[in-house]
Write a protein that binds this ligand. Sequence first.
Ligand code: ADP
Ligand code: MG
Length: 237
Amino acid sequence: MGIVVENVNKRFGDFVALDNINLEVKTGSLVALLGPSGSGKSTLLRLIAGLESPDGGKVFLTGKDATDQDVRDRNIGFVFQHYALFKHMTVRQNIGFGLEIRKQPKAKIADRVEELLELIQLKGLGNRYPSQLSGGQRQRVALARALAVEPTVLLLDEPFGALDAKVRKELRAWLRRLHDEVHVTSVFVTHDQEEAMEVADEIVVMNKGRIEQIGTPAQVYDNPATPFVMSFIGPVN
Ligand code: ADP
Ligand code: MG
């Protein structure tokens, strides 16, 4: 089993950020957390990552109770909206960084980096520095860096949020194709309905710290479970 979130609650002071969340992300699938700003998407992602701990409930990763496990032991790949690449390192060095700190053999790192450069379709740009790349190319490198260590789980928090609409559209189609090749269990946070529809196998619609509906894009679109889902995602009339 990929990721299981069971009866999870999270408060910040008196404020309930997550209210009894239950969720299952099947191994190898790509699930989108979709909801307006402040609905608890990033908090849920951070809980899965181990960057926050729940006030109640459990998080299981690949069948094991990870609730109290340190973030460093969870083998998670992250990509955030403003996920800074190391400016003084080339694309190759950025992608290989996680393997370097894990003391992998040089030849193995070099092979893996080339494989990832091909995967993100930036084969010719390995010796460039981040400042010599476009925003979209930088996020592709960030994704390759996250994938380099073969994470059990890939977490993406509005990874294309800072890019312009045209590039964002290209990247979502690209991410979908990439996921079809790599099949890493992934959770993708977005407030953009179209993005969730196009990228995800399943959509988790969130509002005010609760899950309103979980379903395939078609299910959520055709049969919104609540008035909120209807207004947020459903057919406009
Ligand atoms: P989203 O990612 O859906 O925009 P977040 O998960 O970031 O939402 O935040 C959900 C709510 O929890 C927001 O109202 C936010 O202000 C609050 N919140 C998140 N993190 C903290 C924190 N560390 N301290 C206090 N409040 C927080
Ligand atoms: Mg957020």
